[in-house]
Design a protein around this ligand. Structure first.
Ligand code: KG4
Ligand code: ZN
Length: 409
C-alpha cells in the first residue's frame, strides 16, 4: 500500500510517500522545507507567516516528492486552463481562506493525473492552527479530486511511532535511508515526548492506546532550550546550538561554577516545569554581566549552556527512570525534536536498566518531518486501529492530545 503524508503543524512543510508491505517500509519520496530563515529574525514562529510559507511551499513539495517516487504523470490532455471554473463546489472552501494555496493547487491538479496512492495521511494537531489548516485543506482537495481516503494523524503519535523504523540489514548502499523494517512494540511501553511544545510521559498500553502520566505545567523543554538560546544570543532555533555549546564545555577541562535548579525533581509525580530554569539562567546572566561590566565571554556562554543542559536533562532522565520502574516497561521511546539531543540520548541509554530497550528516532527523523506521519498512518491501518470516530470532522486542533488520536469528537 502507498501512503502520501502531509505535515504542516509548525515551521516545517513536509510531503512524503511511503510504500508499506507487512513490516517493510520503503520511503519512495520525501520533500521537506524549513521556515527557519523566515522565523529566525523574530526568535520564534509567527503563525500568519508560517501559514503563508506552507501555502507557498506545499504544492512544489508535492510535485517534488511525487516526482521522486516516480508517481507523477501529466494528463493526456493539454493542461486544462479552465479547471478553476469546473472545480466541484466541494472545493469552494479553498476560496474562503486558502487563496494562496488554491493558486498553486489548481494548476497542479489540472496538469497531473491521479497518482497510484491508497491513502492520504495528514497532521490535524497539535500545532499552530493556521498552519495545520494548510495541510488539512490540501489533503481535502486532493482527496476530493483523486477520490482517496484521508487518515487524520496526531503529530505526537508520529514522533512516537517513527522510532519503530529500523534500518534494514544487508541493504545496498543506495538503499540506505530508504528501506526500513518496522519493529514490533512490546506493551506496556513508555514514551518520553520532548519538543518545542511538549514535555510528556505517556504510557502506551497498545497501538493507538495512550495514557498521559505526566506533563509540563508551563514551558516545554525544547521551548526552554530556545529561550536560553535567546538569552545567550544564539539564533533560533536554539536547541541544537545550546547543546553544542554545552558539549564544548563538557569536553573541556574547565570546572563548572554554576548550578541551576532542577524544578519538580522530587515532586513525587511525573510532571515537569521548565520556566523556572529559564528564569534562573536569565538572572545568572544578568548577575555575571553586571558584575564584570561586559557581555558574556564565549567560555561563560558554554558554561551556562552546560549548566542548563545538565539540569534540564537530569529531570527528564530521573522521572523517566522512575516511570520505567513503576510501570515495569521494557521499552522506552523518546520522540520529538529534543530527541535529537545527544546528551539526552547518551545519558538515558547509560542509565536505563539493562533489560530496557531504548528507542530513539533516526537523527534525520527526530525533528518535524512527514515520514513520521505516514508511518503513524500505516501502523494504524496495519494494527486495525484506524477507526474513524463517529461524528468527527476533519479539523485543525491546536491542542489535540496524543490520547485523542487524530481527532477529537
Ligand atoms: O518536534 P520539533 O521539531 O517541533 C515541535 O513539534 O515542537 O521540536 C523542535 C524543538 C525546538 O525547541 C528545538 O530547539 C528542539 O526541538 N531541539 C533540540 C535539539 N534539536 C532540536 N533541543 C535540544 N537539543 C537538540 N539537539
Ligand atoms: Zn514535533
Amino acid at each position: 500500500m502507498r501512503i502520501l503524508s502531509i505535515e504542516t503543524s509548525c515551521d516545517e512543510t513536509g510531503i512524503s510517500i511511503i510504500e508499506a508491505s507487512d513490516k517493510t517500509i520503503t520511503i519512495l519520496g520525501n520533500a521537506l522545507a524549513s521556515q527557519i530563515d523566515i522565523h529566525a529574525q523574530y526568535g520564534g514562529v509567527f503563525p500568519a507567516l508560517a501559514k503563508r510559507a506552507h501555502a507557498e511551499k506545499i504544492v512544489p513539495l508535492l510535485t517534488q516528492a511525487l516526482t521522486e517516487a516516480q508517481l507523477l504523470e501529466k494528463t493526456n490532455t493539454p493542461a486544462d486552463t479552465n479547471l478553476e471554473a469546473k472545480l466541484p463546489s466541494e472545493l469552494a472552501f479553498l476560496d474562503q481562506k486558502e487563496t494562496e494555496l488554491k493558486a498553486h493547487l489548481v494548476p497542479f491538479l489540472a496538469t497531473y493525473q491521479k497518482p497510484a496512492i491508497d491513502y492520504i495521511a495528514v497532521t490535524t494537531g497539535p500545532g499552530l492552527e493556521p498552519a495545520l489548516w494548510v495541510g488539512i485543506n490540501t489533503a481535502r482537495a486532493l482527496s476530493l479530486i483523486w477520490n482517496i481516503p484521508i487518515i487524520p494523524i496526531n503529530h505526537m503519535e508520529g514522533h512516537v511511532l517513527v522510532t519503530l523504523l529500523q534500518e534494514k540489514e544487508e541493504q545496498h548502499e543506495e538503499q540506505r535511508k530508504t528501506q526500513y523494517t518496522l519493529q514490533v512494540l512490546q506493551f506496556p511501553a513508555l514514551a518520553l515526548l520532548v519538543s518545542g511544545g511538549h514535555t510528556e510521559l505517556v504510557l502506551i498500553e497498545d497501538y493507538g492506546s495512550y495514557k498521559k502520566i505526566g506533563q509540563t505545567l508551563d514551558d516545554a523543554v525544547g521551548e526552554a532550550f530556545d529561550k536560553v538560546a535567546r538569552v545567550l544570543g544564539v539564533p533560533y532555533p536554539g536547541g541544537p546550538m545550546v547543546s553544542k555549546l554545552a558539549e564544548t564545555f563538557r569536553s573541556s577541562s574547565l570546572t563548572q561554577e554554576i548550578t541551576l535548579p532542577r524544578p519538580m525533581l522530587h515532586s513525587g509525580d511525573y510532571n515537569f516545569s521548565y520556566s523556572g530554569i529559564k528564569t534562573a539562567v536569565l538572572y545568572k546572566v544578568r548577575d555575571i554581566t553586571e558584575a564584570q561590566q561586559s557581555p558574556l565571554t564565549d567560555i561563560q556562554k558554554q558554561m551556562i549552556a552546560c549548566a542548563f543542559e545538565d539540569a534540564a536533562i537530569e529531570v527528564l532522565v530521573k522521572k523517566t527512570l522512575r516511570a520505567i520502574d513503576e510501570y515495569q516497561t521494557q521499552t522506552i521511546i523518546v520522540g520529538g525534536g529534543v530527541a535529537a539531543n545527544t546528551y539526552l540520548r547518551s545519558t538515558l541509554a547509560q542509565k536505563v536498566p539493562d533489560t530496557t530497550n531504548v528507542l530513539f528516532p533516526e537523527h534525520w527523523l527526530s525533528t518535524d518531518n512527514s515520514v513520521m506521519i505516514a508511518i503513524a498512518a500505516y501502523i494504524r491501518i496495519y494494527t486495525g486501529h484506524n477507526e474513524q470516530k463517529e461524528g468527527a470532522v476533519l479539523t485543525a486542533d491546536g491542542n489535540l492530545s496524543i490520547t485523542d488520536g487524530g481527532f477529537r469528537k
